[in-house]
Write a protein that binds this ligand. Sequence first.
Ligand code: TRP
Ligand code: ZN
Length: 900
Amino acid sequence: MADVQPQTIFLSDYQVPDFLIEKTDLIFSLQETETTVTSTLLVKKNSASEKTNAPLILHGENLTLRSIAIDGRELAEDEYQVDAETLALTVSDQCIVTCVTVIKPQENTALEGLYKSSGMYCTQCEAEGFRKITYYLDRPDVMSVFSTKIIADKTLYPLLLSNGNLVNQGELDNNRHWAQWYDPFKKPAYLFALVAGDLALVEDGFTTQSGREITLRIYVEEKDIDKCDHAMQSLKRAMRWDEEVYGREYDLDLFMIVAVDDFNMGAMENKGLNIFNTSCVLAKPETTTDAGFQRVEGVVAHEYFHNWSGNRVTCRDWFQLSLKEGFTVFRDEEFSSDMGSRAVKRIEDVAFLRTTQFAEDAGPMAHPVQPPSFIEISNFYTLTIYEKGAEVVRMIHTLLGEYLFREGSDLYFQRHDGQAVTINDFIDAMETVSKRDFTQFKHWYTQAGTPVVTVTDSYNAKAQEYTLTIKQSCPSTPEATEEQKHAFHFPLCMGLVAEGKNIPLVLAGEDAESFSSVTNRLLEITESEQTFVFTHVPSKPVPSLFRQFSAPVRLSIQRTREDYLQLLAYDEDSFCRWDAGQQLAVSIIDELVVAYQQKKMIEIDPVLLEGLRVVLADNTLDKAMVSLLLSLPSEAYLSEIATVVDVDAIHFARQQLAEFLALGLHEELLAGYEALNVEETYQASADAIAKRSLKNAALSYLLLAETAKNASKHISSTDSPIAKQCYQQFATANNMTDSFSALKSLVHSVPEGKVIEEYQEKALAEFYAKWQHENLVVNQWLSVQATIPHASTLEKIKTLMAHESFSMTNPNKVRALIGAFTQNLVAFHQPSGEGYRFLAEQVIALNKTNPQIAARIIAPLTRWKKYDSHRQELMKTYLLQIKESPNLSKDVYEVVSKSL
Ligand code: TRP
Ligand code: ZN
């Protein structure tokens, strides 16, 4: 990249391709030092292009060109032009272009294109990785039928895979063999895949709705063969679900998943040959936590669902990325809801969106769900494209209802099967079936930022009328100022809670009788200010707003703690109930933050404690719900909603409230823990997960209570029964969830004396000794240490980077240690700036080996505006240091230049 400023690509510059590629024939000859790729392309002039005499300009990066021929005639050097990113040549309206290039997969640490991971060859082509394999029209609106021949050493690479069906194979001299694959479905190059290696396989079958037999295969390293069952069961459930809920059947006869250790993201939906990060496919109770099991189920389903939402109907250009990602995330979220607990899944998804995506939307990289421009597309695989994109699809679902939404999705797939289309085409199908106008709704795709919805209300006791006034605005973001933005169209699902009841909702002018059992309503908001008057309201109600989080907005409303308690106790909506608890905790923590800043000691309001006491006593409540209600808002969420993040105050205040609850609920928690701490065979069912979750939440509070008690008595205890219990559970549990939860509670507790310290060291050492050969478990071990809430953690991390288990070329390890560290509020943001300096050093190192990962881990530094002026200066200094380092990749350049 050096000194030339990277170019910005604009959606408004989109032009249809001048040429199409009807057929793509590839031959890969894999050799130990290099790979030769021979591509034969049937190229045709695109009739939709108006240009005459346009040259054929193929994409290509880091390729050594051996030869290029048109219709069998090899071109002389002056018959084509090559630069760092393209190959240009003059061709007729129809011709065959044959091209031989050489690449070096074994030197590819960026994990884009063809590379090696643990001895096997594999590919990652989305978004623009195919151009690192051969010269091509590497854009999603060029769809081609691929046929792939792979030639390799038979001993080292007995398994040779590509997309579609295996049509032929054979042996060659020198211990080499070959396999020929053919994929009958037209696809863009980003869905191409190749795997060559020595892998074991688990096979199963699936009979489709229409009676076709599909072979299902999961390929992993031999040692992981006992960790495939959950992924296989998840896959079959996903296949059935897509038939039942969307009417979508699988189309090839074979569906393969391959697990690789080194992978930039979670997984990739290559046609017929999904490639997965091992972290998203391997699972067994002894090594994998419940969260891990759920992630596997969700990602397996996500990639499978892409076969329709992404592959059969794909994106016209990368500005349409959320067309496939937002829709597919919505689909996998709904799938997981149907497989487990819908209420819990929704709360978890919203908690994640509100902490991470809201932060992105408020930062310098904020962009609309359909971005207007980018420098490096890899930087746009974001929380906004995925998670907010899914929320936008969810709003369409809410506005249209289940039935019409399905009709719209049917029409979309029917109209566009085999095409590369736009977000607008998706909306258009929804408009057609519903006969509604989504013009205003589309602002969700073109305006960035999280809207703020301000609600005020008034009650007229005499008229028994209740008035809600809804105002909306959206803060300025890089693409538009607050004043320039248009009002959004969104569903506001709501209810009213009065005297412990969810009362009937009758709007002025409506007949009360017909609404006597309606306690949940969908209001459509389209204006910057709107008023709703409810009649027959017997007493002043507490409004329950954005039920199930019906729109991705920030709610601003004045509420008393009494109001929150009402909702926490009586709201019929599980999400609002949980959120009432969270906001109540936020208001108490806010008070403690102010007290900390003013160096005052205050009494903690016991309302939350009393509310939770009721929750713990209620045996009818779902245990997962109780566990969620017990967990305080995370430091990340508290930081996100703060105007200025006071790192120490937030950490201290949250900890103070946690201790207060731990001490106050001690009896209930102990009883709860003991009742749930019974040995059972592991199950990944929602119910079993809920029990473990509550049990471990209780254990963590119990340990906190114990250390808090000792601290207040200023005793360095020689006996610590709960720490001992934690250690016991850690050492004897029959599953990773219980073992790791206990380890985490132990290791994250502030040692009040030798006893706990000894348990901490012993447990960490034993954990590593036991699991050192299980990569994914070792990553958990790295993370649990990287997140110890103490400034000294930075030194620990530096030591761990030199540990045998760490590797800078494995993205999972980088995320586990460095990524986790940046989430550690007190250690990362220590006032000396050492945390920032450390991150900058790692970014500069990764920029050379893996630009995608380098660009991703900078994110916490880009949020500098949220911190005090001292930290702001430090964060900017290190961002600048990165920006000025030599040979900056496009990826890192875009992030740092946009955030300074
Ligand atoms: N399409 C993939 C998914 O969401 C995303 C993905 C996998 C990806 N690997 C990548 C994107 C590498 C960019 C780079 O399922
Ligand atoms: Zn996806």
